[in-house]
Design a protein around this ligand. Structure first.
Ligand code: NDP
Length: 330
């Protein structure tokens, strides 16, 4: 096991938090019964918030950010894992209140780990990352609602982002007619390449929210919240559903009860952080079955570890397309 390894470390000062790239030791990690050599991590929207301090994502200091990682177990006191096992971790407060993936080594609870699903390398699992696994949780919620490809058109908001790109790709592979909503006209060809039938401008969802608007979508996956989600809810067909997972536009939801009580619309809240291990395994197994790995590669950019702070600014500015992968140096 290496004595020193590179890590981003966020500390609290009188002037707020600071993020440094430095060498740390295992003693600087938090308690846990499994130690993992981290091979890959990713940049998710929440990582952008954590690295920049733009929102109080990090709530314990000093802390290694990075809400997800994939790697190999180097030592384990947990009955479910042994040295050499390949594992994936998403959420459970990692990168928020427990040191996470932006370090050569991580020490975590074995109860938080999922065995790397067959068919994925650690690199591919992190190309999926929290964003892709959350997209799958959204798809599972809509399927449980009874949605099938015959139900009608499906809308994905924030389509060119991480959750959105994986959602478009998954839904189209499953046979759905998908419309992507994006603020970036330049990403139209990219989204058509992932399987979107149509790409619309996200400004369509910026206007004043009507209690009910013309029925347009059998279901939607929403990453934006705010006015976008409120307008989407007003346009859902009778008996349809929305899986809401994000707040890229806003935490607010300026809607009325009309879509729920007059059209029987269902709003599913999707949380990836504290999802049960059973739900995670199901999501990862479905990703292994349903995600087109060539499309996954096409939507993924690999960054050097040292570029993470700059990339954090870019993801918050809405300039990052698809998924961002980071190889963690040892
Ligand atoms: P990305 O930054 O990769 O994608 C977000 C996308 O949202 C952007 O690319 C953009 O898409 C769109 N967007 C940005 N600003 C606005 C705006 N003002 N109005 C409407 N759309 C906007 O982030 P992720 O895909 O990683 O995450 C998406 C959201 O989901 C985030 O809010 C994140 O915190 C949340 N999330 C929640 C999880 C959970 O467990 N509930 C897990 C993972 C993510 P475009 O350019 O196409 O318009």
């Amino acid at each position: 096991m290496p004595e020193n390894f590179p890590a981003y470390l966020i500390s609290k000062t009188d002037n707020g938090q600071i993020t440094e790239l430095k060498d740390i030791t295992l003693d600087e990690l938090m308690d846990g019964d499994v130690t993992v050599k981290v091979e890959y991590s990713t940049l998710n929207y929440k990582d952008g918030l954590a690295l920049t301090g733009r929102a109080p994502v990090v709530r314990r200091f000093p802390l290694v950010p990075g809400i997800d990682f994939a790697g190999s177990v180097v030592s384990s006191e947990h009955p479910g894992f042994k040295q050499g096992d390949k594992v994936v971790l998403n959420g459970f407060g990692v990168g928020e209140v427990h040191s996470g993936g932006y370090a050569g080594m991580a020490r975590v609870k074995g109860d938080w780990l999922v065995a790397l699903p067959n068919g994925f390398t650690p690199r591919q699992a992190m190309a999926v990352g929290t964003a892709g696994y959350t997209a799958m949780l959204c798809v599972l919620a809509l399927e449980q609602h009874g949605l099938t490809p015959d139900s009608g058109d499906i809308l994905v908001t924030g389509a060119a982002g991480g959750v959105g790109s994986v959602a478009v790709s998954l839904l189209s592979r499953l046979g759905y007619q998908v419309t992507g909503s994006s603020g970036r006209a330049s990403q139209r060809e990219y989204l058509i390449g992932l399987g979107a039938q149509e790409v619309i401008d996200r400004s369509e969802f910026n206007g004043k929210v009507k209690p009910l608007a013309k029925e347009r979508w059998a279901a939607a996956i929403d990453v934006a919240g705010g006015n976008t989600l409120a307008n989407v809810l007003s346009q859902i067909n009778y008996g349809g559903a929305v899986a809401a997972c994000g707040l890229a536009e806003s935490m607010d939801l300026p809607t009325s009860v009309a879509p729920f009580i007059l059209r029987g619309v269902t709003l599913y809240g999707i949380d990836s952080v504290m999802a049960s291990i059973e739900k995670r395994q199901l999501a990862w197994n479905r990703l292994a079955r349903d995600l087109d790995l060539a499309q996954l590669e096409a939507m993924t950019v690999e960054l050097p570890f040292s570029d993470l702070p700059a990339a954090a600014e870019e993801i918050l500015a809405g300039n990052v397309r698809g998924r961002t992968l980071v190889k963690i140096p040892s």
